[in-house]
Design a protein around this ligand. Sequence first.
Ligand code: FE2
Length: 286
Amino acid sequence: MNTHGHRTRDVATQKVAEFTGEGAYHGSTRARRSPAVAPPPPPPEMSPRSLDRHLAEGRAAVADFDARFGNLYAVRARLAVPAPEAIRDDGVTFCWCPFAVAAREAGPLTRAVLAAAAPHLVGDRRFVYVDSKIQHFERGDLPVDSRLWHVDGSIVARGERVARLGHALVHDMAARLDPATPSPRYLAYQSSSHCATEFLDAPLTLRLPELVPDFDLLDARVREAAPTAVAQPAGTIVAFDGASLHRAVPATAAGWRLWLRVVETDREVVLDHAILDCYDTVFRPR
Ligand SMILES: [Fe+2]
């Protein structure tokens, strides 16, 4: 399956879908068919250890815990803000593409971003992947079909064990936030300020169930706590991790944006379905 694709873009052909708020960040929440061959056990970074414990102990209800979000958010580089035409014409976007392949295939703007990101990679994980999107927003559009506070790299479990809890999938928040669990490391770039991801940059502790079927309750608890958020500045590369709360926001003006994320992870990702084609879609509230 292709991890990169070249496309000519213009405002008239920007794909637009209705915003429902039910989409997953960077993935699907739908149940998947069981693979023909049992997958290898996940690395410690992705092991749903509190689900394992919950089932082993035969608990009647999912326990609550003090979910401590470290909220790492650190600006690693500030690049010149590119011209809109340079974003529109950069051509190539990526989906779980190995870093070396992305660096080879990228358009000029993306290549410069990857070069600026490279010195900030830690290099202690088995895989380094690149995701990117080039999107044209009208005011009010969202870059993804969700605006919930969430973390990237959550530990997702599916299948028969999860069905016993009444869900198609669960996010193992207790395992993700356990300091003993290795976290994926992220670098994120965005070209523009008119659709700037919001991050928290100070620790926040919330009372949450160890296992959650989606990010709705997490989002509600963050909004109750009403912490001060930081909007990622245009042209910056920021570092964050799997305990960093952030959310997408509606565009405040029309214009092009390149968004790019590099992840260092022990989780091998092999795409089993084509998602690159719809990756650049923007979501428009009715
Ligand atoms: Fe995210």
